[in-house]
Ligand binder design. Structure first.
Ligand SMILES: C[S@@+](CC[C@H](N)C(=O)[O-])C[C@H]1O[C@@H](n2cnc3c(N)ncnc32)[C@H](O)[C@@H]1O
Length: 169
């Protein structure tokens, strides 16, 4: 991939992207979303979103509106999803904290706040991973875009290090 987000090779310890966000995160954020553009097609996730796109809709290339929850398919597609999120500017993204990757560097520059989660999150297995245990190869960071999402993310500050965007003079 080329462009502002550059070429990224992200290595994951999982071949499958069917690992879902645990419900405690949404309870802690205490906010609902208008759209989840990357949602499982064969089971209900815990994401409190009014509209959900699955792989059959191709959420990356479908219209986005309102407040978006994004836990994108990780791997080589992550930069494209994060580029879309940065440009959309309204929502919360949960991704591996690959702070050296170009897409992560750009998200850190443009997000209104971020939270580096302490420890490793146990993700919820999709159907094909039912008997596997969640073993993340990296920590997690959540990026907030827009004031309402910053306030929601701040509610999670006891779960890690919350960093609001610096205010310029
Ligand atoms: C890491 S999971 C996150 C699921 C859910 N958003 C959550 O937070 O629990 C990413 C999901 O995106 C789906 N997906 C993959 N490519 C997609 C696409 N082009 N459009 C929409 N969904 C897609 C996968 O099937 C998978 O269920």
């Amino acid at each position: 991939m080329s462009g502002m987000f550059g070429e990224v090779r992200q290595v994951s310890t999982h071949k499958s992207v069917e690992w879902y966000t645990p419900s405690w995160i949404f309870e802690a954020l205490d906010i609902t979303f208008d759209l989840d553009p990357a949602s499982p097609h064969d089971m209900e996730s815990a994401v409190p979103a009014l509209k959900k796109y699955t792989v059959f809709d191709d959420g990356l290339n479908s219209p986005w509106s309102g407040r978006v929850w994004l836990n994108p398919p990780y791997g080589p597609e992550t930069p494209k999803w994060m580029e879309r999120m940065v440009n959309h500017g309204n929502g919360i993204a949960l991704v591996f904290s690959r702070t050296d990757a170009r897409w992560c560097q750009i998200a850190m520059q443009f997000a209104d706040a971020m939270l580096f989660v302490r420890g490793r999150i146990e993700f919820v297995p999709g159907r094909e991973n039912q008997h596997k245990k969640s073993r993340c190869g990296a920590g997690t960071v959540l990026f907030a875009f827009g004031n309402e999402c910053v306030l929601a993310l701040k509610k999670m500050e006891s779960f890690g290090v919350f960093i609001p965007r610096a205010v310029n003079d």
